[in-house]
Design a protein around this ligand. Structure first.
Ligand SMILES: Nc1nc2c(ncn2[C@@H]2O[C@H](COP(=O)(O)OP(=O)(O)OP(=O)(O)O)[C@@H](O)[C@H]2O)c(=O)[nH]1
Ligand SMILES: [Mg+2]
Length: 296
């Protein structure tokens, strides 16, 4: 897995080459730490996260002179920033509903399909709800995925209330004693209050109709937008109950460093990485694995 993640991160790894080179430069500690700031910002880590990292390194490595020691300290710092603050994400038994939310084109539908494939492979009873009733062809797109994966899809009609689709999906989920209900929602601009209210309504329907289900709301963020992902995410935090991030398109970008900015500035754990367009192209996010794939 680490090997293939390394391949998928090839472009981002390139962006981190300057960081790596610092630890092979023969420079002294002070020079390395000075160079690090610029190198991290260039690698899309963002100014606030970079400042946090460099300050922490300065404080924690005052007695460390060796390049290898400093590099190890940097990796540890990155892992700490990427690690969820409130413990491990909920896992395990019982029914769960996973809401996929985010701006247009970020990869919600594809990521819902990837999760469906993953859970199905684990032997769980999976169902998809096509709650994107807004974009033309969104229903068909999810139906095609459902057919391909052998996962039932509860559809709505174009222009219908997404909450009504979710209501129908919840009934069928109960009747069939499903394990995982994945809800694909329409892309929305975070500044549109009506659309954000619509998400709250969808969520309320889930709470009411499936009171025993664990609810996860995954914010789907496109890594190729780099620092803009932080801005998007900050607005979406106003939607109640976001539990994590699905960071997509990490394969096609040099801006994967934004993962560090997002995790450190929002305090929301990255749960999954999207690394391609196929249903297999995802990885459960592990901070240590990500950092080792990035810098080594
Ligand atoms: N390379 C790559 N492409 C991806 C990834 N995830 C999604 N895509 C592609 O991104 C495009 C948009 O994906 P969708 O899943 O339709 O995005 P969406 O957020 O559902 O879009 P809307 O419903 O229009 O808001 C598609 O061409 C996907 O194949 C990924 O991890 N890597
Ligand atoms: Mg979609």
């Amino acid at each position: 897995m680490l090997g293939s993640l390394r391949e998928k991160l090839a472009r981002t790894r390139n962006a981190f080459r300057k960081v790596e080179d610092l630890f092979r430069s023969g420079k002294r500690r002070d020079e390395i730490l000075d160079g690090l700031e610029e190198a991290l910002i260039q690698a899309d880590v963002g100014v606030p996260a970079t400042e946090t990292i460099v300050a922490a390194l300065k404080a924690k490595t005052s007695k460390v002179e060796s390049e290898a020691g400093l590099e190890r300290a940097l990796k540890d710092e990155l892992v700490a920033l990427l690690s969820p603050r409130d413990g491990n994400p909920p896992t395990g038994g019982g029914p769960a509903v996973i809401l996929m939310v985010g701006v247009n084109g970020g990869g919600k539908t594809t990521s819902a399909a990837k999760l469906a494939a993953r859970y199905k492979q684990d032997g769980r009873r999976v169902m998809l709800a096509a709650a994107d009733t807004f974009r033309a062809a969104a229903q068909e797109q999810l139906a095609i995925w459902g057919k391909r994966l052998g996962v039932p899809v509860v559809k709505g009609s174009y222009g219908a209330d997404p909450a009504a689709v979710v209501f129908d999906a919840a009934q069928s989920f109960k009747a069939q004693q499903g394990d995982i209900l994945l809800v694909d929602t329409a892309g929305r601009i975070h500044t549109n209050t009506n659309l954000m209210a619509e998400l709250e309504k969808v969520r309320r329907v889930v709470v009411r109709e499936l009171p025993d289900a664990r609810i996860e709301s995954l914010l789907v963020l496109d890594a190729t937008v780099g620092q803009n992902a932080v801005l998007q995410a900050r607005e979406f935090l106003k939607f109640s109950g976001l539990t994590g991030i699905f960071l997509t398109k990490v394969d096609g970008t040099a801006k994967g460093g934004a993962a560090i900015a997002v995790a450190s500035e929002l305090g929301l754990p990255i749960r999954y990485l999207g690394v391609g367009e196929g249903e297999e192209d995802m990885a459960e996010f592990s901070p240590r694995e990500f950092v080792e794939a990035l810098l080594s």
